[in-house]
Design a protein around this ligand. Structure first.
Ligand SMILES: NC(=O)c1ccc[n+]([C@@H]2O[C@H](COP(=O)([O-])OP(=O)(O)OC[C@H]3O[C@@H](n4cnc5c(N)ncnc54)[C@H](OP(=O)(O)O)[C@@H]3O)[C@@H](O)[C@H]2O)c1
Length: 248
């Protein structure tokens, strides 16, 4: 029986695959039959993801996306891909009056500049196949909400919202689709370096109509939809996955 969500015969590159949403995406894509190319900075954690992939013929590339040479090296080492998941990201919490050039650059480098340049390099070097799908992990902070201390992260993700729509238009002629998922809070390590108390988290969870944060797999399934032929007529869209948080 044919399955429109199948990823058989697709090679898919996932950035930030050593943790959280990227790790879950790599694992779930492999279960759908894809050959995976996974990348991240931390070799040990990347190896852990590799061991959890189903099937054979997967590849891992250790790279820091803020380094120009590493972006080019990923494209050189990668075979022709049918899917690119620009997922890696990080955050620094700071109120507007304490923004510095250094902090601004740090967040934009990972969340905005790296995924845009990686996309540009893959298209320019013809490493992405006709009919391919590019998916960005954006955020509700980029498209819907503001929250205290989140100005840099929100700014970096808003730029992705604009890029997705414009790149979708630019690349439609090549039959390459570009979409984004916009999660609300998902249970990952992204807040490990941010000072948030368990009481803060408890109070925040209560604001979600579904009364919980999301799981990485729940974002991965939406990414699979965008990567698969099930979404063949969908491009330039940003799908909110937030347990109803932004409905209120
Ligand atoms: N969790 C949430 O609530 C949430 C909500 C909305 C959107 N998002 C977005 O989802 C994406 C994944 O986040 P996550 O929650 O899964 O966080 P995570 O568990 O902290 O994972 C972040 C990933 O990004 C990689 N990364 C960070 N900086 C990098 C760099 N300079 N070069 C290469 N890789 C780098 C990390 O690699 P290393 O392990 O090598 O450091 C890691 O694999 C991010 O874009 C984030 O903004 C998350």
């Amino acid at each position: 029986m044919s399955n429109p969500f199948s990823l058989v015969d697709k090679t898919i590159l996932v950035t930030g695959a050593s943790s959280g949403i990227g790790k879950a995406t790599a694992i779930e894509c492999s279960k759908m039959g894809a050959k995976m190319v996974i990348t991240g900075r931390n070799e040990l954690r990347l190896q852990e993801t590799m061991q959890l992939l189903e099937g054979e013929g997967h590849q891992m590339i250790v790279a820091d996306l803020t380094k120009e040479d590493d972006l080019n090296s990923i494209a050189e080492q990668c075979p022709l891909i049918e899917g690119l998941v620009n997922n890696a990201g990080s955050t620094i919490m700071v109120p507007t009056q304490f923004i510095s050039r250094e902090k601004l650059q740090q967040v934009l480098e990972v969340n905005t500049i790296a995924p845009i340049l990686l996309t540009q390099i893959f298209v320019k070097k013809k490493k992405i196949a006709k009919g391919a799908s590019i998916v960005f992990t954006d955020s509700i902070s980029g498209v819907k909400i503001a929250s205290p201390g989140n100005v840099l992260y929100s700014t970096s993700k808003s730029a992705i919202y604009g890029f997705v729509k414009n790149a979708a238009l630019d690349l439609a002629g090549k039959k390459i689709r570009v979409n984004a998922v916009c999660p609300g809070m998902i249970d990952t390590h992204i807040l490990d370096d941010v000072s948030v108390t368990s009481e803060d988290i408890e109070a925040d969870v209560k604001k979600y109509p579904l009364k919980r944060y999301g799981k990485p797999e729940e974002v991965a399934y939406a990414i699979i939809y965008f990567l698969s032929d099930a979404s063949a007529f969908t491009t330039g869209s940003s799908l909110v996955i937030d347990g109803g948080f932004t409905l209120q």
